[in-house]
Design a protein around this ligand. Structure first.
Ligand SMILES: *[C@@H]1O[C@H](CO)[C@@H](O)[C@H](O)[C@H]1NC(C)=O
Ligand SMILES: *[C@@H]1O[C@H](CO)[C@@H](O)[C@H](O)[C@H]1NC(C)=O
Ligand SMILES: *[C@@H]1O[C@H](CO)[C@@H](O)[C@H](O)[C@H]1NC(C)=O
Ligand SMILES: *[C@@H]1O[C@H](CO)[C@@H](O)[C@H](O)[C@H]1NC(C)=O
Ligand SMILES: *[C@@H]1O[C@H](CO)[C@@H](O)[C@H](O)[C@H]1NC(C)=O
Length: 270
């Protein structure tokens, strides 16, 4: 073979190696596509034998070609009604950092195919399940997601007592717009910096149950049924708190059972 052609061949080989998405991941994406039918062509370039890193809603790491973000928010045709997710469909994406399933009318996970199936995705930092119909039954399956930093459960069907298991990496938790009446905050959330519990059915007692959230900087408690005389003593242990939102409640006055000024840098927004 002519030496020149050898080099051309070699360069082409290297280029194709550097680009290609992983076959295993392309296959998994095509399988996933069946579960997200829609009329608006959101996934219309998800077709066989094409470069899956260029597909809509997919982002790869430019060096490794592995899928790192899947932004499947508001993809599935809402008129198809509620459905149950098989979380194992995401387990092939071993470098996945961000999974967004917001607004897909998901009712929950198929039995034994819940988020516990993703516990080996050790780079998974962001999980967005907002605007679906998930309920308390998924909470225990999230406990294995030990790298998770951002968890969005806004506008789902969480009710009654919510106990978020140990999620040591978690920095932001959004549970706005559910029907929670009790939030249990174990020591396992000690790195949590931002929490939004607004628009739930909590009451004054919430303030005494947040003490374990020792890294908290921002606390949102809008329209949660706070009323009358509110004792803020429970917030004393939140030494890092910078922002507190308590609007749309029926608070007459605040008291502090120790009678001292505390949280000096606090800005209260009402
Ligand atoms: C990869 O490269 C593309 C195009 O050069 C760029 O738009 C994209 O942000 C890069 N992705 C990452 C994860 O850096
Ligand atoms: C869930 O998806 C995985 C991976 O595709 C598959 O092996 C498994 O059979 C599915 N489970 C159910 C119950 O469909
Ligand atoms: C919670 O969701 C599961 C499915 O994930 C369902 O089987 C169960 O009935 C739901 N529970 C309530 C109280 O709605
Ligand atoms: C929670 O509060 C909402 C709005 O105030 C109300 O419609 C709903 O019935 C309450 N749910 C429970 C379980 O108390
Ligand atoms: C204040 O909240 C408590 C607990 O939710 C409730 O039992 C009580 O009726 C409320 N009082 C008023 C005046 O709304």
């Amino acid at each position: 073979m002519d030496c020149k052609w050898f080099w051309v061949f070699l360069v082409m080989m290297l280029v194709s190696l550097g680009e290609g998405c992983w076959e295993e991941e392309r296959t998994a994406l095509l399988q996933l596509k069946h579960f997200f039918p829609n009329r608006d062509g959101y996934l219309d370039n998800w077709v066989k034998n094409s470069e899956c890193c260029r597909w809509k809603r997919v982002m790869c790491d430019n060096n490794t070609g592995r899928v790192i973000k899947l932004h499947l928010w508001d993809v599935r045709d809402f008129n198809l009604g509620e459905w149950y997710l098989n979380a194992s469909l995401f387990s092939p994406f071993q470098q996945l950092k961000s999974l967004n399933l917001r607004a897909n009318n998901i009712a929950g996970c198929i039995e034994n195919e819940g988020f516990e199936r993703l516990s080996r995705l050790s780079n998974l930092e962001e999980l967005n399940l907002a605007i679906n119909n998930f309920n308390n039954s998924i909470l225990s399956s999230l406990a294995g997601l030990s790298s998770l930093k951002y968890l969005d459960l806004y506008h789902n069907k969480f009710k009654g007592v919510v106990n978020i298991e140990e999620l040591h990496s978690l920095k932001e938790l959004d549970m706005n717009t559910n029907e929670i009446d009790h939030f249990v905050s174990p020591k396992g959330l000690s790195n949590l910096e931002v929490i939004d519990l607004s628009y739930n059915n909590l009451s004054n007692s919430i303030l005494s149950s947040l003490g374990g959230l020792s890294s908290l900087k921002s606390l949102q408690l809008k329209d949660i049924g706070l009323n009358g005389t509110v004792d803020v003593e429970g917030l004393c242990s939140l030494k890092n708190l910078e922002e507190l939102y308590m609007g749309w409640n029926k608070i007459d006055k605040f008291v502090n059972s120790k009678g001292i000024q505390f949280i000096p840098s606090l800005q209260a927004h009402n």
